[in-house]
Design a protein around this ligand. Structure first.
Ligand code: NAD
Ligand code: TDX
Length: 332
């Protein structure tokens, strides 16, 4: 792992991962990123220019991908269209980037033999009932619900097919909902934090009973590095930190952190096809790789994240109005 190509390294998790990789290894890193609305080159500012370079480009373009992959021994693949709500209004880029983009990368690593790590989501497994202790494991059947999760499921299948059919050396991780620095204001937690900074009222879809299994982005990044270092080729690892909370609980925790009344929120139109509950059993990565989440206290992690958004207001401010206008247009 001397020369690492990180796709989507200017996005939320990718940029946090590049920072983690630079601090924990001697690797030289190339970020390949299309710099969509979701990218933040600011998130890479301050990293040593001798070790990190940014190449703007599209993972679905073979003429960009092939020569770059040939220069690297490892590819860590984050690049994606990542937001469920956008996939419901405009699904086309989800198919192009998440499916064709992954295909293009796989064809390149097939030729060069580079090690490939595919970053995926627990949403490929569909949802779980609310009143059931069951959690996802690596053996749970695929049952994606949204255009986003179906496109990620497709990409996972392509990775497995390229491993089995062509001997591509790959691993896959499926992680639960991340929170932390540099997450776009369209996502649930940053949307509510930035609305509260603006003294507005959080917006909860439907009854707010939907459950997500929250993990701090630093814990996710450490899990990916552990897989790169000692994961078994061909294996899938589920990543989660036992952080199940329903959306109303998260909003009420935020309201408390802002000294606001617990009922100071609005319910808005529910998401179409809204997955009820995600929950990860991360026993395999804990047992095999010794990975443990460091952010055991979700409320403390949330408080740190609130502080981060207060300090980084100039960064998120420029996206906030457009993001809220897009939500307003669909009644959310
Ligand atoms: P993000 O939307 O914040 O960032 C995605 C990045 O990919 C952006 O920088 C964007 O410019 C880039 N990109 C998009 N299309 C591209 C293309 N065609 N070519 C090159 N670059 C392109 O996403 P994120 O939340 O950081 O998610 C990163 C990965 O992690 C995704 O694959 C996502 O499915 C997965 N994931 C996310 C979460 C989560 O909670 N956010 C949880 C599990 C898995
Ligand atoms: O304003 C809101 N109000 C609300 O109640 C928003 C934006 C969301 N929600 C709800 C919908 C979900 O139940 O909050 C929950 C979390 O929503 P998102 O942040 O949009 O995340 P989710 O759809 O769960 O998907 C996320 O986790 C899995 C990431 O966006 C995906 O990239 C990842 O794969």
């Amino acid at each position: 792992m001397e020369r690492v190509l990180v796709t989507g390294g200017a996005g939320f998790i990718g940029a946090n991962f590049v920072r983690h990789l630079v601090s924990q290894t001697d690797a030289r890193v190339t970020v390949l990123d299309k710099l969509t609305y979701a990218a933040s080159t600011e998130a890479l500012v301050g990293l040593p220019g001798s070790r990190v370079r940014l190449v703007p480009g599209d993972i679905a373009h073979a003429d960009v991908v092939e020569p770059l992959v040939a220069m690297h021994d490892t590819v860590v693949h984050f690049a994606a269209e990542s937001h469920n709500d956008n996939s419901l209004t405009q699904p086309a880029p989800f198919v192009t980037t998440n499916i064709l983009g992954t295909f293009t990368l796989l064809e390149a690593v097939r030729r060069t033999g580079a090690r490939f790590h595919h970053v995926s989501t627990d949403e490929v497994y569909g949802d779980l009932p609310l009143d059931d202790p069951a959690r996802f494991t690596e053996d749970t059947p695929y049952r994606p619900s949204s255009p986003y999760s179906a496109s990620k499921a497709s990409s996972d299948h392509l990775v497995r097919a390229w491993m089995r059919s062509f001997g591509v050396r790959a691993t896959i991780s499926n992680c639960s909902n991340n929170y932390g620095p540099w997450q776009h204001v369209e996502k649930f937690i940053p949307r509510q934090i930035t609305t509260l900074i603006d003294r507005g009222r959080p917006r909860v879809y439907g009854a707010g009973c939907h459950v997500r299994d929250w993990i701090h982005v630093d814990d996710h990044c450490a899990a990916i590095l552990a897989i790169l270092r000692s994961g078994r080729i061909g294996e899938t690892y589920l990543v989660g930190a036992d952080g199940e909370r329903n959306n109303l609980e998260v909003v009420r925790t935020l309201l408390r952190l802002f000294d606001r009344d617990p009922d100071d929120y609005d319910t808005v139109l529910d998401r179409v096809g809204h997955d009820l509950r995600y929950a990860i059993d991360a026993a395999k990565i804990r047992r095999e790789l010794g990975w443990e989440p460091q952010y055991a206290d979700f409320e403390a992690g949330l408080a740190t994240t609130v502080d981060w958004y207060r300090v980084h207001e100039p960064w998120w401010r420029r996206h906030k109005a457009a993001s809220e206008a897009a939500y307003a247009a669909v009644g959310q």
